[in-house]
Design a protein around this ligand. Structure first.
Ligand SMILES: [Zn+2]
Ligand SMILES: [Zn+2]
Length: 304
């Protein structure tokens, strides 16, 4: 048990250090090529994400599922409906995490300055040349201070913070759900076609397949490759989702992952991110779920 906890701490520390180092590298590079990077990297990430999700959805709904389920039966249509629901939530939450403004400037004008007696809790941002609320961090890529900044997300092309973390978490949840569902069908199909144990997909590009007696060997490589890609996506999505849940559970952020000063108990912590409707937000990104505060005032543990 102690060994597992030690391993867990090592993995989290290593991940955090890697994230900080990655962001440092990005920041150093961005100082010189900021606009070029933002203008190229964000659309590129969006295109890759949409292409992979779109391809998996079409491949499964149009090709794989009809081979497993009877297309005239209700299970086939229920699966298609569930697929549509997941895609709607992935795209909707991804879009809103990009569109939602979580900067200090998004606050009403009267809330952009400290309330009476709270100035000592705010800190000065040199880049913005102003006082900003507690837990706000400046993002050099977005060029602004973000309320309860978590991290800058290349996938959504924006900073994840107080107002849009809900959408990011729901996006990851549905990405895990969708990848998991696709993996089940892709696994069954790969098993049925005896492609599951087909060797390295790199062989697709070699001449080795020409010597195989199996006339479908190229197609089996393709099915196997898609299955492995699907598995890889699921592992990444699960890792990111798990990390987010860990931080929300502690009411911390990527850069202060071990800081539990704002930990008010799991229910209030989750309410602070998902809003008052909590898990209902998983049903649709359009569901209104007001946050308990505007991101300028934070209760610390000792005050509870
Ligand atoms: Zn700033
Ligand atoms: Zn940012």
């Amino acid at each position: 048990m102690i060994g597992f906890r030690r391993l867990f701490v090592i993995v989290v520390c290593w991940t955090r250090r890697m994230m900080v180092q990655c962001e440092d590298s990005v920041i150093r590079c961005s100082r010189r090529h900021r606009l070029k990077i933002v203008n190229v990297l964000h659309p590129f990430s969006a295109v890759v994400l949409l292409s992979v999700i779109g391809f998996l959805f079409v491949y499964d709904v149009v090709y794989v599922v009809p081979h497993i389920l009877d297309t005239s039966g209700c299970w086939y249509w229920l699966t298609c409906l569930l697929g549509g629901f997941i895609i709607f939530n992935i795209l909707g939450n991804w879009w809103l995490s990009f569109k939602t403004n979580t900067t200090v400037d998004s606050l009403p004008v009267e809330r952009q300055t400290p309330a009476e007696g709270e100035a000592h809790l705010w800190h000065f941002c040199i880049a913005c040349d102003r006082l900003v609320p507690p837990r706000s961090w400046h993002c050099r890529l977005c060029q602004g201070c973000m309320l309860k900044r978590d991290h800058h997300c290349t996938i959504s092309g924006s900073c994840i913070g107080h107002k849009n973390q809900r959408y990011f978490i729901c996006f990851l949840f549905h990405l895990c759900f969708g990848c998991g569902l696709a993996l089940v069908f892709n696994g069954i199909y790969a098993w049925q076609t005896e492609s599951l144990m087909t060797a390295d997909p790199i062989l697709l590009f070699s001449k080795l397949s020409a010597y195989s007696e199996d006339v479908n060997i190229d197609w089996k490589y393709t099915i196997s490759t898609i299955f492995k890609l699907n598995m890889f996506l699921l592992v990444i999505a699960l890792f990111m989702f798990g990390l987010q849940i860990l931080m929300v559970h502690r009411n911390s952020t990527c850069y202060t992952i071990f800081d539990r000063s704002y930990d008010l108990g799991w229910r209030r912590n989750f309410e602070g991110v998902l809003g008052r409707r909590l898990l209902w937000t998983l049903l649709s990104p359009t569901i209104k779920s007001p946050l308990p505060n505007d991101g300028t005032q934070w209760i610390v543990k000792q005050q509870v």
